[in-house]
Design a protein around this ligand. Structure first.
Ligand code: XMP
Length: 509
């Protein structure tokens, strides 16, 4: 593994952002909980101590053995991390008189210090802390201040240990990236050579060593993560990887055929399983969203197990797990006690007893896309909107029938194709159509109609956790409404969802 920066997490909402910023500098880094410090190998070039929702003054506040780290390699304490350094070595940390939150400007910067190189006077920084460092311990020197925070940044004399009370990782800190570059490049000496190509070569070599001549099975979804993971495994072990792509009858119009075709073009050994009817049978009469999800999950596992059994001697299960899935469970109390179901082997389908291989489990989503592009995976797969596992089943409110699926597929197809044709697809994070469980009165020609209503939804988001509805042009929406009502039999009304998440969610079920 390449040289890396270790980020010790005290539970701040911004810890993942620190990691992303460091990686944007082409330096590999990993987040570990403060109370589970990995072995400090020579590959670790520096340590960043994150912020925290806790106060260093709280009883039982997160703590670590700083003596074992100090002076051995460069350390940068951010917010809580800096306050911990100050408090532990005899400084004074008190509640801020006014909560220091929001924008501030560096009114004094000592650019002699490597951390402050090329930082400009007046540079905007983002503060977010309820405590503040009032007095520094002996041997600590102030290297930057704002008008209200004297100790905005400090250094410990004679060693590369620094603390900053602002957050360099958020975009509101205008020169935050420069400061992080100063730390990881100037101070830690990282070479900035961690790129997609390096990742690909190292991962393929690792996969070869790990899997050898064993066989791997993997379920594909048509989405970015599973496609990129499968391509990497395929590059490593070739035909020993068998992929399974299931047509659950809840995909978009023509999606099964088109995606299967792309996979075949990419050289993947992929089995397409058309089991629509089994899913429709399992869903018959179910109206409650969670029951629908459970039924779909159950049938998927049955089908996948059946397919995995057809591969003699298969030992591994490939998965497209990405870094946020792995670190989401890191809490300040350490990883949560809940064990992932596939570790709990009793009574599970046979494929779950396979060893798991997850080549993307250190990457963020945008990094997965970059790797996918470097692997020359078609843009139709890389740039695709997220699509939920249960597919159209959670966009048909109420019970599912093959006929309703067909209606929604037509509506969704017109909408998505329209977004593409009007250059709007890439402006939107996720879009789709929802078939509502109501009828409304309309008039077509001289006839009164009593037909279905569909809702269109298009949102902007970064990670799906929060989302805003997109202000699509009225002309475009008008055009979509006309096309849908004219072309899709049984639909006489189109509405546009203008709710944000929270309080609404992206999906309707
Ligand atoms: P919500 O509706 O919770 O959706 O705002 C956030 C993101 O998650 C997707 N989603 C799902 N994905 N299985 C999935 O694989 C599900 O059951 C599921 N429910 C929601 C949703 O499409 C959006 O991207």
């Amino acid at each position: 593994m390449a040289e890396q920066i270790l980020i010790l997490d005290f539970g701040s909402q911004y810890t993942q952002l620190i990691a992303r910023r460091v990686r944007e500098l082409n330096v590999y880094c990993e987040i570990h909980p403060f109370n589970k410090i990995p072995e400090i190998t020579s590959e670790i070039k520096g340590i960043i101590l994150s912020g925290s929702p806790c106060s260093v003054r709280d009883e039982g506040a997160p703590d670590l053995d700083l003596d074992s780290l100090r002076g051995k390699l460069p350390i940068l304490g951010v917010c809580y991390g800096s306050q911990l350094l100050a408090l532990k070595y005899g400084g004074e940390v008190l509640p801020s008189e006014i909560r220091e939150y929001g924008r501030a400007n560096l009114s004094h910067i000592d650019t002699h210090y490597d951390l402050m190189k090329e930082m400009t006077h007046g540079s905007q920084v983002w503060m977010s802390h309820g405590d503040t460092i009032k007095e520094l311990p002996k041997g600590f020197e102030v290297i930057a201040s704002t008008s209200s925070v004297r100790v905005a940044a400090f250094k410990i004399e004679g060693e590369d240990t620094y603390g900053i009370q602002f957050h360099p990782e958020v975009t509101h800190t205008s020169e935050g990236k420069n400061l992080l570059r100063n730390f990881v490049v100037q101070i830690c000496g990282c070479a900035q050579d961690w790129t997609s190509d390096v990742f690909i070569d190292a991962t393929i070599a690792d996969l070869k060593a790990k899997i050898g001549t064993d066989k791997v099975v993997m379920g594909l979804s048509g989405g970015v993560d599973s496609s990129v993971a499968a391509t990497l495994i395929h590059r490593a072990i070739g035909e020993n990887l068998t992929c399974v792509f299931v047509d659950n009858g809840l995909l978009r119009k023509n999606e099964f055929e088109e995606v299967l075709d792309s996979y075949k073009h990419m050289g993947l050994n992929v089995i397409g399983v058309d089991v629509k009817q089994q899913f429709y049978d399992a869903l018959e009469g179910l109206t409650e969203p969670e029951s629908k999800r459970k039924a779909i999950g159950r049938v998927f596992i049955e089908i996948f197990d059946e397919e995995a059994h057809k591969i003699p001697g298969v030992k591994w299960l490939g998965q497209g797990t990405i870094y946020p899935d792995v670190i989401e469970s890191v809490s300040i109390n350490g990883p949560s006690a809940t064990i992932k179901s596939h570790h709990n082997v009793g009574g599970l389908p046979d494929f779950m007893k396979l060893s798991v291989v997850e080549p993307l489990n250190t990457l963020f989503k945008d990094e997965v896309r970059e790797v996918g592009r470097a692997l020359e995976i078609p843009e139709t797969i890389i740039g695709r909107h997220p699509f939920p596992g249960p597919g159209l089943a959670i966009r048909i409110l109420g019970d599912i029938t093959a006929e309703k699926v067909k209606t929604l597929q037509e509506v969704d197809h017109i909408f998505i194709q329209g977004l593409k044709d009007h250059g709007l697809y890439d402006e939107v994070w996720q879009a789709g159509a929802i078939l509502l469980p109501i009828h409304s009165v309309g008039v077509m020609g001289d006839e009164r109609t009593y037909e279905k209503v569909v809702a269109l939804r298009a949102v902007g988001s970064v990670d799906g956790m929060t989302a805003d509805w997109i202000h699509l042009p009225y002309e475009f929406l008008g055009k979509m409404s006309n096309e849908i009502i004219n072309r899709v039999k049984g639909v006489n009304r189109v509405v546009y969802d203008i709710s944000s998440k929270p309080p609404a969610t992206i999906e309707w079920e």
